[in-house]
Each structure stands twice: as structure tokens, then as C-alpha cells.
Design a protein around this ligand. Structure first.
Ligand code: BGC
Length: 354
């Protein structure tokens, strides 16, 4: 073992506080933690932004279908005013950009599709709603992340450039429900790359980032976001118990067998939801990040009383923990609004906005 002479020992002792503080910093950025972290002004602005997001609804099954209308929803100008008048603060607009961008470099996004998204965001703004636009149903990035990474980042570069001058009422959400081959680890790398691309043109835009493994609360513990970027809202989705919320869902195999599952709000049922929300809230407190519950809902094949009860309970759990939320979704299979009768599905609406 090498001897340590007095001089070197002295240097080491003097340097110890720096070494320790360096370790402190290193562990802060590794784990994004906390105890001695003092929230900044920027943190409070992001929490404020999350408050503005407040109560929202997903304009689902429209722009994230292969082509708008394919899944029975074509956005109408009057939807935005209806949503605003009902008391919502925001819309989340799921968008399948990948169906409207060329498949080879430079992966140009179709300008007519940009026009359509501009139209939707424009209507949100004129009615006083915040808008979250995301990247939805990009199957390739889940199936084969390394092949699709360049295209994914290029689309974000174009989207970020296109909307750089929009006000802070527009939020970018990097990717809906990362899953499959896009593991938590790969997602942590990709989200950082996407953030770098976005920050080039949008240094002060609020960016929404979700968890891997389909946006589950339980995946929060695997999420690593850059500690120095304080303008991030973290998002999770909530569909538990899945056999209840997704009974009879055509896109979930085996879900017919769950038909008839109720949610009566027994102590046990409520406790399961409470535990999940506590887990999310504890994570948020530890890492000083606001949380947006970006999707939750129960499919229309469940009985309306159970749906109403569950929706009310989940929305209140989120609110009690200062989370913003967006119901899944406006006027399709989970609909809070009925396109056929051009009227609200009042039990669900009242559960959302009592
Ligand atoms: C998916 C929708 C689905 C919903 C509930 C969303 O993230 O994009 O297609 O209906 O989750 O399963």
C-alpha cells in the first residue's frame, strides 16, 4: 500500500468537504434526490403550471388514430368551448405523428397535418384551455427503439421548432406509455435525448415526461430525469383495477371474461387506489416534481354506477395530492361526452367536476 505523507494527508483533509460535496452533487444527479435540495423559483413556476393544468380531458381517438376519423372521432370546433364551459382547464391531444412523417430521413412531417394540429391547439387557446400535445402510438419506437430513435428525435426536432413561439399554455409530452423493447433504462436515455432536442428551440417550455412500462405509477422508481431541468411535469396513467376499467375492451385480449366486474368502493378497493396514489405522491415529494395524471377512465362496457364511483374516487385522490389530471377520454368508448346525443354523459361529468 502506498504511504500517505503528511502533505498529502493535509491536502486530502482540506479537500474532504469538496470531495463530499462533489459526491453529494453526484448522488443528486444520479438519484435526482432530495432531502437537502432547496426548491427554486423555477420549481414553483412548474408547480404553478401544473395547477393551471388542473382538470383536463383527453381528445382521444381522433388525431392518434391512423387517420383522423378512422376511430369514429373527428374534432369539432365546438368541442373546445363545451369543454371549457363544463369547467375543464386543459385538453390533452394524443397525436400519431409517425403516421404523418416520411419513413426515411429527414422524416418530414406533412404540413397539412401540422395545420390540423395547429387548428386544434388554436381552438384550445382561444377558448382559454391549456393544451398538452404528445407523441402517441409510435409503435416502432416501442418495438425497435434503436432503429426508430433517429426518426423519433427528428420528429421532435420539427415539432419543437414549429411550436417554439407558442405561449406557455402549450406543453409537450415526449411519449405516451413507453413499453415493450423500450425498457425503463432505454427510456431514461431516450427521454434525455428528446429533451436536449426540445430545449434547443424551447428553453422554457414545460415538458411532460411519463414512466416506462405503460405509464404505471410503480415505474416511477425507475424513472431518471435530468435533475437540472426544473421545468418538467411527470405523468402517470391509472387504470386499476384493470379488469374493471378494461372489461370488454376490444383491444385487450381476454377482457370479455371480465364483463360484469363492478367497483363498489369497498374499503379494500379504495385502499388499493389510495396506496397507488400515495406511492406516486411520495415519489413526487422526494424528487420535487409535480404530477399530472394524464389518463384514467373506465370503459363504457362497465356499469355506469361503478364507473361513476371509480372516476369520482380517482379524480379526488389525485386532487388531494395536488396532481393535475386528464380523463380518458372525451367522446369515444370512455366518453364523458356523447356524440350521438350531442350532450354530456352527466354521471361521468359530475364525477369529474362535482
Ligand atoms: C391508448 C388508447 C386506449 C387507452 C385505454 C391509451 O393510452 O392510447 O388507445 O384506449 O389508453 O386503454
Amino acid at each position: 500500500m502506498q504511504k500517505i505523507d503528511k502533505l498529502h494527508l493535509g491536502i486530502m483533509v482540506c479537500a474532504l468537504p469538496f470531495i463530499l460535496s462533489f459526491w453529494g452533487c453526484a448522488s443528486l444527479s444520479d438519484n435526482q434526490t432530495t432531502e437537502d435540495y432547496t426548491p427554486t423559483v423555477e420549481d414553483s413556476l412548474t408547480f404553478q403550471q401544473n395547477e393551471h393544468l388542473g382538470r383536463g380531458v383527453n381528445l382521444g381517438n381522433a388525431l392518434e388514430a391512423p387517420a383522423e376519423g378512422d376511430w369514429g372521432v373527428t374534432l369539432q370546433a365546438e368541442y373546445f368551448q363545451l369543454i371549457k364551459d363544463a369547467g375543464f382547464n386543459a385538453v390533452r391531444i394524443p397525436i400519431r405523428w409517425s403516421a404523418h412523417a416520411s419513413s426515411s430521413a429527414p422524416y418530414t412531417i406533412d404540413s397539412a397535418f401540422f395545420d390540423r394540429v395547429d387548428w386544434a391547439v388554436g381552438h384550445a387557446f382561444t377558448t382559454g384551455l391549456l393544451a398538452v400535445i404528445n407523441m402517441h402510438h409510435y409503435d416502432g419506437i416501442a418495438e425497435d427503439p434503436s432503429t426508430h430513435k433517429e426518426r423519433f428525435l427528428s420528429m421532435w426536432e420539427q415539432i419543437a421548432f414549429h411550436y417554439q413561439d407558442y405561449s406557455d399554455s402549450l406543453l409537450f409530452e415526449v411519449l405516451n406509455e413507453p413499453h415493450d423493447q423500450l425498457t425503463p433504462n432505454l427510456w431514461n436515455g431516450l427521454l434525455q435525448d428528446a429533451l436536449n432536442v426540445i430545449r434547443n428551440t424551447n428553453p422554457v417550455r414545460t415538458v411532460v415526461i411519463g414512466t416506462a412500462e405503460w405509464g404505471h405509477v410503480q415505474s416511477l422508481k425507475e424513472l431518471v430525469i435530468p435533475v437540472e431541468d426544473r421545468n418538467i411535469i411527470v405523468t402517470v396513467h391509472y387504470y386499476n383495477p384493470f379488469h374493471f376499467t378494461h372489461q370488454g375492451a376490444e383491444w385487450v385480449s381476454g377482457s370479455d371474461a371480465w364483463m360484469g366486474t363492478t367497483w363498489t368502493g369497498t374499503t379494500e378497493e379504495e385502499q388499493a387506489v389510495i396506496d397507488d396514489f400515495d406511492e406516486a405522491a411520495n415519489w413526487a415529494q422526494k424528487y420535487h416534481r409535480p404530477i399530472f395524471l394524464g389518463e384514467f377512465g373506465a370503459y363504457s362496457k362497465a356499469d355506469i354506477n361503478s364507473r361513476t364511483r371509480w372516476t369520482d374516487f380517482v379524480a379526488r385522490q389525485a386532487e388531494e395530492r395536488d396532481m393535475s389530471w386528464a380523463y380518458w377520454e372525451f367522446c369515444a368508448g370512455f366518453g364523458v361526452y356523447n356524440q350521438g346525443t350531442s350532450d354530456w354523459n352527466y354521471p361521468i361529468l359530475k364525477a369529474l367536476i362535482p
